[in-house]
Design a protein around this ligand. Structure first.
Ligand code: PLP
Length: 390
């Protein structure tokens, strides 16, 4: 292993077998995350869920504080929800979109968001222009007419492409158009530093289970005070809105997007995961993940029968590739049997981007800080064996 890779690997996972390169699907939680969750589940059973929540009030509160610190937000701008898609539904659903309004999206936009927008009648969804290599074409984007652009929705790091979109620049574009800016950071938070003030986003969404290594069924929604002041929650519950004896008033804070019921164990686990990411340091996370991803990407590029499909000039910890003449699902299964975990992703994850790259599906490798250079080398060997077996 080169000296450059002698990086201290803290916060090891509990994993006992195989090479796990699937953190873009779900990162492996640390013992601290499991302890926070399991401990709380035991307390719920011992004294009752409401009683356990009261006992853990300070730690539950700390999860919001940690999320705010991670994103550079204020605590009242944080909601904890059940998934990235739920958080996107909440944020997009809060924007008052009327027939005739336009929504600009990135070419690499998340399929789930495109599905959500498809349910809004009369709203025109338009991709921002890209350069031939897949990078956003900012000059062409600025030249687009911006009449009736109500919302700019951007996927920072797409799910099946190593591309990193210029989130802050897209935010500036949205501001010039007088539009709301919602940033899908589901594949960004936990693998790079995030500062919502610098991004100037109205709302930002992060999955808990991916790069943050939190529990399944958790997500962070950041909603700026400006966004909260200018939008309404379409359907709050009795937690999201207050009853004064005559009518309902939405909560002033971002928690108006939550419902009264939630997995409190999940929130505590997410809090522990965020504290782990903060302790490791977002800059160190980014440096280490980029180093491992580059090792994987360069290694794959050197293999015959393997095509790397990451587009653009700035790249994330996601490595997308295909094997000549082999379906992604079959390759994923063969690699799993060889002890290597990664994902196979079809066009639905990012339909516009997959079509533009001429792809129906890709394999996706996503190393995290708990991986080693030796594991990347062994995974590359497994891919090479599979590619030459054909
Ligand atoms: C995973 C993902 C989502 C949705 O997050 P869930 O927590 O799975 O609902 C949204 N956008 C992108 C880019 C993703 O990769």
């Amino acid at each position: 292993m080169s000296a450059a890779l002698a990086f201290p690997t803290s916060a090891p996972p509990i994993r006992s077998e195989g090479i796990y390169l699937n953190s873009a699907t779900a990162g492996l939680p640390t013992a601290a995350v499991l302890d926070a969750m399991v401990g709380h589940l035991w307390r719920e059973a011992e004294i009752g869920p409401a009683e356990a929540a009261a006992e853990q009030a300070e730690r539950l509160h700390a999860a919001y504080r940690a999320a705010a610190r991670l994103l550079g937000a204020a605590e009242d701008e944080i909601a904890l929800l059940e998934s990235g898609n739920r958080a996107l539904q909440a944020a997009i659903g809060a924007v008052p979109l009327a027939p005739g309004d336009r929504v600009l999206v990135t070419r690499a936009e998340w399929g789930g968001s495109l599905a959500m927008l498809s349910g809004l009648r009369g709203v025109s969804v338009e991709p921002l222009p890209t350069q031939p290599d897949g990078t956003l074409d900012l000059a062409a984007a600025r030249a687009m007419p911006n009449g009736r652009v109500r919302l700019v929705l951007a996927t920072w790091c797409p799910a099946a492409n190593g591309l990193v979109n210029p989130a802050a620049e897209i935010g500036a574009l949205a501001r010039e158009a007088g539009a709301f800016f919602i940033l899908d950071a589901c594949q960004a938070v936990g693998q790079m530093p995030v500062d919502v003030r610098a991004l100037a986003c109205d709302a930002l969404v992060a999955s808990g289970r991916k790069w943050l290594r939190g529990p399944r069924g958790t997500a962070i929604l950041y909603a700026s005070r400006r966004f909260l002041g200018q939008t309404a929650t379409p359907m709050p519950d009795q937690f999201g809105a207050a009853w004064d004896g005559r009518g309902w008033t939405p909560r002033p804070d971002a928690r108006r997007f939550e419902t009264g019921e939630a997995s409190f164990a999940g929130r505590l686990g997410l809090g522990a995961a965020i504290e782990g990411a903060l302790a490791f340091g977002p800059e160190r996370l980014q440096a280490r993940i980029a180093q491992l991803a580059a090792l994987m990407r360069d290694g794959l590029r050197a293999l015959p029968g393997v095509q790397v499909h990451d587009a653009g000039s700035a790249l994330s910890g996601i490595v997308s590739f295909t094997l000549d003449g082999m379906a992604a699902g079959a390759a994923q299964e063969a690699l799993r049997q060889a002890g290597v975990s990664l994902a196979a992703r079809g066009a639905a994850y990012a339909p516009l981007d997959m079509a533009a790259r001429g792809l129906a599906e890709v394999l996706r490798a996503a190393p995290h800080v708990f991986n080693s250079g030796a594991e990347i080398a062994a995974a590359l060997d497994a891919v090479a064996r599979l590619a030459t077996r054909r």
